[in-house]
Design a protein around this ligand. Sequence first.
Ligand code: KG4
Ligand code: ZN
Length: 334
Amino acid sequence: AKPGPVLGIETSCDETGVAVYDCQRGLLAHELYSQIRMHADYGGVVPELASRDHVRKLLPLIRQTLRSANLRMDELAGIAYTAGPGLVGALLVGAACARSLAFALDIPAIGVHHMEGHLLAPLLESDPPAPPFVALLVSGGHSMLIEVAAIGKYHLLGDTLDDAAGEAFDKTAKMMGLPYPGGPLLAKLAEHGQAGRFKFSRPMTDRPGLDFSFSGLKTQVLLAWQAHGSTPNAQADIARGFQEAVVDTLLIKCRRALAQTGAKSLVIAGGVGANRQLREQLYAAGEKEGFRVYFPRPEFCTDNGAMIALAGALRLQAGQTQGPEISVRPRWDL
Ligand code: KG4
Ligand code: ZN
């Protein structure tokens, strides 16, 4: 592919994200439309509605992004889109749009892995990490520790056996009566909670290994909520205890992964990476224990088009090509 600006399109779930990234000039523009308010009425993402809303919003958002990047459509050098994993209908909207535009413009299009997008999001920041590093990917669908030997060379060190970290946040929030999407709300509540009133276990930290399990923690919270839910400040105090348990567990496993691989850099990505306590504690641990910690800015922790534009631009720059068919992979291992 020739060098130049690459359009990135993210439509795997409930956010329409569009951005332009250029390997020489960096991020030129990014726009996001969130469907969260629409899905909130149903208590979760309704796949059919998500697809329709992507159809409605994607082209206007592309136009807006090109305008803010001060680019004409025919100045694009390539188009990247999320090919999976995610909701099949939602993915197809982005894939069909990206492939059709690329076909019309006679430029390459490339389908990228959503989690690779998350993983590379810290490269959007100044002073980016360089491989080798360990990456902790914590989103609504994944909790993984990955050894990154080089861009495109990923080795899975640990995975969740049940709920993902973000899913645990969301389900715990729902249990305590918080509206959808509960994760960020629970995190906000936790900031006002009293530390130490509720102490939950740190799952799977008492044995070797890098896998996670968060569903038992959810049960502990449910029992605490049933027993103490009517006492003053119970919601915030339980949220605090829960968040501390998750953050502590993630920290313990990150430390282990760094020791096991000998890496000196740790990259955090995915929606849970926006969690303030997680960010503060990992930075503090890194400073004390001699490893460097890299987070994307919070808006690039959650789903966005910038990370897809970046991941696609790097792959196109490396000479990767794909056929013209419109294909998506709702299930896809990194
Ligand atoms: O990466 P993301 O936007 O979408 C997926 O690919 O899943 O992650 C969304 C997840 C949700 O589960 C949400 O509750 C969680 O990230 N999340 C948070 C915070 N902000 C978003 N969890 C804890 N603390 C936050 N501040
Ligand atoms: Zn995501």
